[in-house]
Each structure stands twice: as C-alpha cells, then as structure tokens.
Design a protein around this ligand. Structure first.
Ligand code: F0G
Length: 460
C-alpha cells in the first residue's frame, strides 16, 4: 500500500516485432567501405541498431494502424483530411493548415514565398534542411542561440533558447529585411535542447514590436512542452496540450515534420494565420505537392498523424520518452564519454571534438567516430558537425561550432537492452578513440553534402 517505485517503464507492450539481422565485424567493414564511408549509403539491413534519425522511424500504435483502415483516398475533401485538420488545430489553432509530404516541403514552399536575396532569417539554430531552403532562396540563415548553446558541457535547463538581445539588435537594424523569425523546438542541431516558455514569449514580444512574423519549426513540440512542464517554474500543473496551445498562440505560423513527435512515418504541414500568405503558399502546394486537402499525403497517412498527435502529448509517454533518452546519456556520462549536457529530448549527442581532439575539424572527427561505432557494433549514428555545416555559401569550408555525433532514438522502437548494448559499444569505442584517424571527402555534392558525400580514410 502506498509504495512508489523508481523504475519508469515503457507505457506499452509489444504487439508486432521486426527481426534484426546480426552481422560480423568483417561484414560491417566491407559494407562501410562499399558505402564510401557514408552511413547514409548503407543498406539498412546491414545495421543492427539504427540511431541515424528519429524521423519517420518510430513504431506506430495499434490505434494508428486502426486509423489507417479509415483512410479515405478521395482526391478532394476526404474525411481523413478533416480529421487531420481538426487534430492539428486542436494543438495548433492556426487559421490555415497546409499539408505537405514532410517538413522540408513546408520549408521549401514558405521560403519560396518569403525568402530571397538580401533577406535574413534568424533562428535559434537552423536545422540542415531549413538552412538549405533559406539559402536556396538567396536569403541568409542566421543562428542566434544563447551562448550556452554553443558549448557542449555547459549546463542550462533551456539551452535551445534564442538570444533575445541579439534578436532585438538584429531587428532594430534590419527588420525590413527579415521576412520571418524562426524558433526550432526542440533545438535539434544544438543538441535536442528545449526552449523555455519565457523565451518563446520573449521572441513573440520582440517580433510583434517590430511587426515581423514569428514561426515555429515545431517537429519536437511535445518533447519541448514536457521539458517546460518539468523544468519551468509554474508550469508543472498544466497539461502538455495546454502548454502547446499557448506556444502556438504566441506564434503566427509553423512548419512541421509529422515524422517526429506526431508518430508519422511520413508527413508534415505548414500553418499560418495570414490569408494572403496562405493563398500564395497553397498555389505552390498545388504545383509541387498536391491538392490542399491532401498535400503530399495519402488519406491513410493523414489518419495516422491525426491519431499520433493525440498520443504525442500523453504524459505517460513523454515521461518514458524523455527518461529513456536520459538513461542512455547518463550512462555514457557516468562512463566518462563526453556528451552534450543536459541530455536532450530525442537524442544523445557525443562530443567528438572532446573525444578525438587529435583529429582536425577538416578531417571530420565526428564522421570518424560515427564510422567506428558502426564498424565495432553495427550502430548507425549521424555526424552533426563540419561535414553537415562546414561548407559555406561562398564555397569556402570552415569548422562547425561543434563536432557532434547524434544517437537519435526512434520513438517506442528499441528496448532497454538494445540501449544497454549501445552503451557498451559507445564506451568501448570511446576508450580506443585515440587510435581513430580522420577522413578526406572524395566526392562532394553541391548542397546538403552529408547525405551523399563519399570519403577515404586518412592514414593514422
Ligand atoms: N526541422 C527540424 C528541426 C528537423 O529536425 C527536421 C528533420 C526538419 C525540419 C525537416 O523535416 O525530414 O520531414 O523534411 N530532421 C530529421 C533528423 C531528418 O534526422 O533530425 P523532414
């Protein structure tokens, strides 16, 4: 009677399983060499634990699979569309909801309309596709995260916060060149770090003062709201949905990838209150994605997302989600592996600069570490450092602010013993990190080079 237990369990049990294919170190050496030492080029079947991304890789629930059976594939005005629109508006009550096949399609449409030469788009930290879409329009993508956000080891409860003074100063000088201010929640490229409600209110106030629209890149809104619930004074008694609605009320619109918190395998949307902007965006939507009641999606996808949105804000799920990510991060930290702290929402970020101090940034220490994790233990991760962000719009190459390797945790997919295995592998690789050498890029595509580049190992 009255016991309380420490262990936070998965708030679900397994209903359908997928086999994992075991490989040997020899198999993996051959596979990574064949892939040009780019983990994106691997066959997924050659990966044991796939932590490349949390995007579209989560397990759907029984109720999502059931919802899929209700998918109505009418070209126009499908009931699946109306269920999707209602579920989105329940959390994000923007006037116009424009469905897209994924987040970057929403970005492409928005920046085609509002971007252009001589414009600046500030963000706490642009994600890679967001930066690329801003830059493809001719505009400048400027990151204004607080200074704590640049340092892997500094502890701050809301390390994704925007530097409000820097934003105010930029708008004081150039407001007419800023078509939109963005805030990414949680801040993916900066370590999956949350943004506080106070900071979101601050960004909103500044944007309203200068008459500049404020948009959210809200992929991981539920995880961000959970951090607000747990860490911000006065927020612990609110429901997650209530916090999310307040965040939406502070903004003028959003871009969204439904492949993250909403548990979609595909999907996204663009939303806004401005009628004229919505009209322009819908015109491009029809050209590039599809009719406004399905965008780039099948009716069944709209249904899966509508149900997923309801599950994403459940406190039992979010408590488990955030705790299970911290379980991995805390264990690596305790083993002496340098990680970005505090541990973020959807991923643990290894600090390759600290671990491979002997490998110069332009020899890609993060890539070297990610390759070693695959070769040693079949774990696929993702470099977030100079490979991803080093190439500049003027063609030069310079070191990124941080050299990170992201272990992204797919939602509801891996069990604690999978994660215990990851802890063992990462610790073993970290202990031998001094023996790892750098890489040279031998093929580099024009944009978003990390996806398709090829490398050669440099002699140690
Ligand atoms: N914004 C953020 C913050 C993201 O993390 C992503 C995708 C996008 C936008 C684009 O969405 O993939 O649906 O086109 N992030 C994935 C990741 C790919 O691995 O972090 P998308």
């Amino acid at each position: 009677m009255g016991h309380s237990f420490r262990t936070i369990i998965e708030p679900f049990r397994i209903h359908s399983v997928e086999p994992l294919r075991m490989t040997t170190a020899e198999d993996r050496s051959a596979a990574i060499e064949q892939s040009g030492f780019n983990l994106f080029n691997l066959h997924a079947e050659d990966v044991l634990i796939d932590l490349l991304t949390d995007s579209g890789t989560g397990a759907m629930s029984r109720d999502q699979w059931a919802a899929i059976q209700h998918g109505d594939e009418s070209y126009a005005g499908s009931p699946s569309w109306f269920r999707f629109e209602a579920a989105v508006k329940d959390l994000f009550p923007f006037e116009h909801i424009i469905p897209t096949h994924q987040g970057r399609a929403a970005e492409k449409i928005l920046f085609t309309v509002v971007g252009g030469a001589d414009k600046i788009v500030p963000n706490n930290t642009h994600f890679d596709t967001t930066r690329a879409n801003v830059e493809a329009s001719g505009a400048e993508a400027r990151d204004l995260v607080i200074s704590e956000g640049h340092d892997a080891a500094t502890i701050h409860p809301f390390k994704g916060n925007m530097d409000l003074d820097a934003l105010d100063a930029l708008l004081a000088e150039r407001a007419s060149d800023v078509p939109v201010v963005f805030l990414t929640i949680t801040n993916n490229s900066g370590g999956g770090q949350p943004v506080s409600l106070a900071n979101i209110r601050g960004v909103s106030e500044i944007c309203r003062r200068y008459g500049v629209p404020f948009f959210l890149d809200a992929c991981r809104f539920a995880e961000n709201a959970w951090f607000i619930h747990e860490r911000e004074a006065g927020q612990g008694d609110r429901t997650i949905a209530d916090i999310v609605r307040e965040i939406a009320s502070l903004a003028d619109g959003m871009t969204m990838s439904a492949k993250k918190d909403p548990f979609g395998n595909i999907g996204g949307w663009l939303a806004m209150n401005d009628d004229a902007l919505a009209e322009n965006c819908r015109n491009i939507l029809i050209l590039t994605e599809g009719f406004p009641t399905y965008g780039g999606l099948a009716g069944r996808d709209l249904e899966a997302i509508a149900q997923g949105l309801k599950e994403a804000v459940h406190p039992d799920y979010l408590r488990y989600r955030i705790r299970s990510t911290a379980y991995l991060g805390d264990a690596l930290d305790a083993a002496g592996v340098p990680v970005v702290k505090p541990i973020g929402g959807h991923a643990v970020y290894l600090d390759a600069k600290a671990l491979l101090g002997h490998v110069p940034a332009l020899e890609y220490p993060g890539q070297s570490l990610a390759i070693a994790l695959y070769k040693v233990g079949g774990i696929r991760s993702c470099e977030i450092g100079t490979v991803m962000f080093g190439r500049q719009p003027d063609g030069s190459e310079k070191p990124a602010a941080m050299e990170l390797v992201r272990l992204a945790i797919p939602r509801r997919t891996y069990t604690q013993s999978h994660i215990d295995y990851v802890i063992e592998v990462v610790t073993a690789v970290a202990n031998d990190a001094a023996a790892l050498s750098g890489y040279r890029m031998v093929h580099e595509p024009a944009a978003l080079r990390h996806f398709t580049a090829r490398y050669e190992p440099l002699a140690s």
